[in-house]
Design a protein around this ligand. Structure first.
Ligand code: GDP
Ligand code: FE
Ligand code: FE
Ligand code: FE
Length: 196
């Protein structure tokens, strides 16, 4: 897939090269599988393939950054101080989108929102954001109880896939006593009762 729109000041090959150096091989391979799945879902849902490719490739750009980079960004950009109570799991998407903008030069809000929302979702998500959220969950390397059902549901209805993942994630967080980020709960309320 070659990029023709000016969504990023990089070719796909240049982006992939930057990503290869920003993370370990296992994470990089996951990112490539998320791109592949996001492109499939984009074709099925009439979403622009270049947007899907870029958003998927960038979604975990910041995953392997030290905590200090996120803490500094939260402070410098005056992001919600509640973020400081969380950790990498939340930061790499919500704060990582800022690093994608500043360091990769992507200023397309559709792409940045998809990166920002890929872990915790949002009450309103574009089709692109839903695709990245779901591709991350069902890419072919994922192997958990129920992943095959999640794949079937998502290819049948993107919104039902979002609801399924959101419900599973909240159940997992509650059952293991982990802190629930407020947006995760807002995503649950917006998607699960209406798509159960
Ligand atoms: P990955 O980056 O490809 O591994 O996948 P994600 O970005 O989707 O998820 C990263 C981690 O964040 C997963 O282990 C989720 O269970 C976890 N996570 C999602 N929502 C929340 C939340 O509200 N609170 C906490 N503590 N963790 C969450
Ligand atoms: Fe992630
Ligand atoms: Fe995810
Ligand atoms: Fe991911």
């Amino acid at each position: 897939l070659e990029y023709h729109q000016q969504l990023l000041p990089l070719s796909r090959a240049e982006l992939v090269d930057k990503l290869r150096h920003a993370m370990k091989k296992k994470r990089f391979d996951h990112v490539l599988r998320v791109e592949e799945t996001a492109i499939e879902l984009a074709k099925e849902n009439g979403v622009d393939l270049e947007l899907a490719s870029i958003a998927a490739l960038c979604h975990d750009y910041a995953k392997q950054r030290p905590d200090q980079d996120f803490i500094a960004t939260i402070k410098e950009k005056h992001l919600d101080p509640v973020l400081l109570n969380y950790g990498n799991a939340i930061w790499h998407g919500v704060v990582g989108a800022e690093l994608v903008a500043d360091e990769l030069g992507c200023h397309d809000q559709r792409i940045l929102d998809a990166v920002r929302q890929h872990t915790v979702g949002a009450p309103y998500m574009t089709k692109l954001a839903q695709i990245v959220y779901m591709a991350d969950y069902i890419e072919p390397g994922r192997d958990f109880e129920g992943v095959e059902l999640a794949r079937q549901v998502t290819h049948q209805s993107l919104a039902k896939g979002v609801a399924l993942q959101t419900k599973q994630t909240l159940m997992y967080l509650v059952s293991t006593g982990k802190p629930v980020y407020p947006t995760t709960l807002a995503t649950y309320n917006a998607w699960v009762p209406s798509n159960g």
